[in-house]
Design a protein around this ligand. Sequence first.
Ligand code: GUN
Length: 294
Amino acid sequence: MIRIDGKKVSTDLKNELKTQVGELRAKVNCVPGLTVIIVGEDPASQVYVRNKAKSCKETGMNSTVIELPAETSQDELLERIDALNNDPDVHGILVQQPLPSHIEEYAVTMAIDPSKDVDGFHPENVGQMVLGNLDKCFISCTPYGILELLKRYEIETKGKHCVVVGRSNIVGKPMANLMLQKLRETNCTVTVCHSATRNMEELTRQADILVAAIGRANFITKDMVKPGAVVIDVGINRIDDASRKSGYRLVGDVDFDEVSPISSAITPVPGGVGPMTIAMLLHNTLQSFMRAHN
Ligand code: GUN
């Protein structure tokens, strides 16, 4: 069994980005800039945003975090976004989700200039991705990170059956689409399962590559996995653990202890897909910079 080390691959990727950013600094005397907006004080989001800013700085890119109070109105937020759309030093804009309930996520997604939408959430980016125009869009960071892991671990995908569990706009839907594509040579046969799927186990057991993105702790058990499958765990779930100082620990959507011995390769949680999401966000920010300067 291969333990897919997302932490190591993300570090390699960030080092590659750091070299590229250093070359840009020497050549054109400017560097990519990422601005992250967080509205309210959701503790998990605060951790994610802090990690994004830290990684951004480590690669030599400019990082700005705008922290807005939970009462911020939608109009105020949209004005902030508009100012960033018009700021030539900002190449990537990310508004951390979830947002307070009085702010409509769709309005925020639509407000971000697609050429700075490094999350890849804007319909223009989603549309180009589905059409296979991968050089004309930003690919949503978590699925993109998974593609990169499969590539760097030389996991054959062509003709394989990929089963994606979960249909979110952020992970499940783009993941299924990317695995289907001919262009980046993933070339899988794809099945998507979700909460209304009947006989889920029957389907997941057919997977050569199983992607779990449901957001339920230890949901995928041994009985649901074909021996020898490649298992990608996107889940980050907090479960109570009194032995920890924090009072909780993180587990994935896959029961790692049960499933890892029968898999051919598997991503752990933490240290699998999670660190890759940030690395791909930075990759997208550099890509945005390069497109703006060409
Ligand atoms: N919240 C959890 N994951 C993400 C992400 O990838 N992007 C944004 N904007 N918010 C998130």
